[in-house]
Design a protein around this ligand. Structure first.
Ligand code: IPM
Ligand code: MG
Length: 370
């Protein structure tokens, strides 16, 4: 049996609490003989800043490069609001994404049947929803240069962020999205602002070219990013896969999270290019939710997004599709039993904490596997 090398980076806020449930899942899988894991841990974000004065150390970056998958919790919090921009907690996350070349961010938004009531939208709008947002993750305005604030000397300052995309960056993210669409309902929506932005004009052109050249069998449509946000809350079931740039993907995936009931439900996978020699790809898995400092340390955070992120690692990095299916079924079953963390609570449901939800999911896995 292959041994998978994991680097766990729990980070700040609720990160360590939800990561604790992943550690129990890892133990569970090893005891069941489903896989072997070699587990290392490291610091990232504010806790790393406190210990080392940076958001991630070079030594931890080396471990991330050597790992088969990085499992990431969350970073940030009011404690570090005042720290210098280049060592702020989020810089650790962005460095991991950039230096590992994790250009493809997959954010599935699935509404579990039991949670149709938890969404702020009507049941018929979200029930049975299963969409995938594919966000470009190593380019665009997040990393474009110049990125500066200049003092103009007349009592004014000027801030500049640069939105920049090259053809190859759009091509490779489009291919990831088309491939996913082929395995799903064969429809891709590409989203940009070509009515205002040059990068949107190129994005639209390149996605069309890739479609014509390689994926004519997939239905492609285009939506301006603002309209796409509106359509996501109006009738989200029109979508299958959505592909967009880094910034629009950040926003649209937060919007999509509420269709599933809560930000505490959304997992994500960040993938690099497949190495032609080893056939492996660098990968990091993280929940879409942040560090939630307001509820940190209270044992009430929803561990489902974090657990489901590990599920994506099983699917995309370890070829453990059976176990990933089992985990998803176990999450659905735990929710079906009426258990809810505070973020997804509804009338008549039993509100439980992080640990109890973890217990329930692992218990259901055991039961379903038997
Ligand atoms: C996300 C987060 C990050 C982002 C932050 C924490 C830098 O919001 O993963 O969606 O903006 O990409
Ligand atoms: Mg975000």
């Amino acid at each position: 049996m292959a041994t998978h090398k994991l680097l766990l980076l729990a980070g700040d806020g609720i990160g360590p609490e939800v990561m604790a449930e992943v550690k129990r899942l890892i133990d569970f899988l090893q005891k069941a003989g489903a896989a072997k894991f070699e587990v290392e841990e490291g610091l990232v974000g504010g806790v790393c800043y406190d210990a080392h004065g940076v958001a991630i150390t070079d030594a931890t970056m080396d471990k991330a490069h050597a790992a088969d998958a990085v499992i990431f919790g969350a970073v940030g919090g009011p404690k570090w609001d005042g720290v210098a921009y280049d060592v702020r907690p989020e810089a650790g996350l962005l460095r991991l994404r950039k230096e590992l070349g994790l250009f493809a961010n997959l954010r599935p938004a699935v509404c579990y049947p039991a949670l149709a009531e938890a969404s702020s939208l009507k049941r018929e709008v979200v029930e049975g929803l299963d969409i995938m947002i594919v966000r470009e993750l190593t380019g665009g305005v997040y990393f474009g240069e110049p990125k500066t604030i200049t003092d103009l000397g007349n009592g004014q300052k000027r801030a500049i962020d640069t939105q920049v995309y090259d053809t190859y960056e759009i091509e490779r993210i489009a291919r990831v999205a088309f491939e996913l669409a082929r395995k799903r309902r064969n429809k891709l929506t590409s989203s940009e602002k070509r009515n205002v932005m040059k990068s949107g004009v190129l994005w639209h052109e390149v996605v069309n070219q890739v479609h014509q050249r390689e994926y004519k069998d997939v239905t492609l449509e285009h939506q301006l990013a603002d309209a796409c946000g509106m359509q996501l809350v109006r009738w989200p079931k029109q979508f299958d896969v959505i592909v967009c740039d880094n910034l629009f993907g950040d926003m649209l995936s937060d919007v999509a999270s509420m269709l599933t009931g809560s930000l505490g439900m959304l997992p994500s996978a960040s993938l690099g290019e497949v190495d032609p020699k080893t056939k492996k790809r660098k990968a990091m898995y993280e929940p879409v939710h942040g560090s939630a400092p307001d509820i940190a340390g209270k044992g009430m955070a929803n561990p489902i997004a974090m657990l489901a992120s590990f599920g994506m690692a099983m699917r995309y990095s370890f070829g453990m599709n059976r176990e990933a299916d089992l985990l998803e079924a176990a999450i659905a079953a735990a929710l079906g039993r009426g258990l809810r963390t505070a973020d997804i609570k509804s009338e008549g449901a039993k509100v439980v904490g992080t640990r109890e939800m973890g217990d329930a999911v692992l218990g259901e896995m055991e039961r379903l596997a038997a």
